[in-house]
Design a protein around this ligand. Structure first.
Ligand code: TRP
Length: 463
């Protein structure tokens, strides 16, 4: 049998897993959820969810991976439960779906890096045309998928780990630089205070639901991405402290991203922060104008840095998304990594083409489906996101925790965590993880799954 890949050390694993976690979601979604969800009140709640609910799931995924040294399907087989491999298969499906649309958006971001670098600030006003210039954004998408596939084809230590060890520190450096710069802009303080002043009255059931979903997606849970990465982790590593560091890095970078963005928001709106609409529209349509007004050179440098940062964040995430089906092909079907990577990447790229053309270019994919009770159709890209990330991930997390607690059994989970962390036995952390995996996580994730189904697809307004 050929040797399986491994991370060379703990730092390599943490960089790769934090890279998977830090993605598009952190940079454009988190800050705006914070602002509309009660500022610091949201941040506190988000951190609590990360640690109370997501952290035990993360530890469980890594433990299953490290115990079995297998891909998400092989892992359940190796543990002796072939009937539970469907969880792994579902995860692989989720990963394929998520990557198919995520790569499209990553391609947009990368294209903006190119355009702003050559001084094309007009791109913000032409966003609609830009994303419908299929030849051009298609090319950016191809480049992005090629970069992802290239890294994954080089394997674990020489590919994923090496890339993460370069991209992640670069990303942190860029975000700090941009945050410092943005704080020097006029009205910066108004932006920061809008971002952070706690407003507990803004917190309602919907905000809580969004915070939970965001935390879970952001930490890359529920599809076996961390089973896969965990399968390359050494038996001497402390899973609990690694998971804690990954969680802190992810939340920390999301937080920093807000410190970087809100001064821009305030600068643009001359302090009238509330009037600005957040999300992708802000990043792609509004921000280029802000860069332009900083002057030709500064604007280019700051703007290019920003979109490079976004591309780096996306790249370490697409790498982890591609690695999951690749690991499955390598472990279960004995395909050579170098072959598996290119075939799967091509397949996923093609699967992403309907998403690519679903923003106006193709009428059919733009008006793809009208959910029960909805007054507007949903385009293909959003439809795939609703299935791949919003629905399958909580379901996957629900099933994995049920599996770990009641099928594989807690004492086996605990034993694997103890390997590399002897102090775990009998500790409070052990008691907490056991409690969370047995009761809290399945209950909350089960509820989220059902609510999402009802809310997204059946027009049930729960809030
Ligand atoms: N966490 C990434 C983000 O915030 C997305 C992502 C990458 C992901 N790999 C994943 C989400 C695996 C769930 C599972 O953008």
């Amino acid at each position: 049998m050929k040797a399986r890949g491994h991370f060379t050390n703990r730092f390599g694993f943490i960089a790769a897993a934090a890279g998977s976690a830090v993605g598009l979601g952190n940079i454009w979604k988190f800050p705006f959820e914070v602002a509309s969800g009660g500022g610091a009140a949201f941040v506190i709640m988000y951190l609590v969810f990360c640690f109370v609910l997501c952290f035990p799931v993360m530890v469980t995924e890594i433990a299953i991976g490290r115990k079995t040294q297998k891909d998400p399907v092989g892992a359940f087989k190796t543990l002796g439960f072939p009937r539970w491999t469907f969880i792994g298969k579902m995860g692989i499906l989720a990963g394929i779906l998520i990557l198919s649309f995520y790569n499209v958006v990553a391609g947009w971001a990368f294209g903006y890096f190119v355009q702003i670098s050559i001084g094309n600030f007009e791109i913000g006003n032409q966003f609609g045309e830009y994303i419908n210039n299929i030849g051009r954004v298609g090319l950016y998408g191809i480049i992005f998928m090629l970069a992802t596939a290239f890294v994954v084809s080089k394997g674990i230590a020489g590919g994923i780990e090496k890339a993460s060890k370069i991209l992640m520190p670069a990303l942190v450096g860029m975000i700090i630089l941009l945050a410092i710069y943005s704080m020097t802009l006029p009205h910066a303080f108004k932006g920061i205070s809008y971002y952070l002043i706690p407003q507990f009255s803004e917190i309602n059931f919907k905000v809580i639901y969004n915070a939970l979903g965001q935390a879970f997606f952001s930490l890359s849970l529920g599809m076996g991405a961390l089973i896969t990465y965990g399968s390359y982790v050494s038996k001497n590593d402390n899973i609990v402290s690694s998971a804690a560091l990954i969680t802190v890095s992810d939340a920390g970078i999301a937080f920093l991203s807000g410190l970087m963005l809100f001064p821009f928001v305030a600068y643009l709106s001359a302090g009238a922060v509330e009037t600005v609409e957040g999300g992708p529209g802000f990043i792609f349509q509004v921000l280029p104008g802000a860069f332009e007004s900083m002057g030709l050179i500064t604007g280019r440098v700051v703007g290019a840095l920003f979109f490079l940062l976004l591309s780096f964040a996306a790249l370490t995430s697409t790498i982890s998304l591609l690695e999951v089906p690749v690991a499955y092909a390598v472990d279960e079907m004995n395909v050579k990594r170098s072959h598996a990577v290119w075939v799967i990447a091509l397949f996923i790229f093609l699967l992403g083409v309907p998403s690519l053309v679903s923003n106006g270019d193709s009428h059919f994919f733009t008006h793809f489906i009208t959910y029960i009770g909805a007054d507007k159709p949903t385009n293909f890209l959003d439809f795939v996101a609703h299935i791949g990330s919003d629905t399958l991930l909580p379901l996957g997390g629900f099933l994995m925790t049920i599996f770990a607690a009641y099928v594989w059994k807690k004492h086996n989970l605990n034993k694997e965590i103890e390997t590399g962390f002897p102090g775990f036995k009998g500790s409070l952390v052990e008691k907490y993880i056991d409690f969370a995996v047995s009761y809290l996580c399945p209950a909350v994730l089960g509820v989220i799954f059902v609510l999402t189904l009802l809310n997204r697809f059946f027009g049930v307004d729960l809030f």
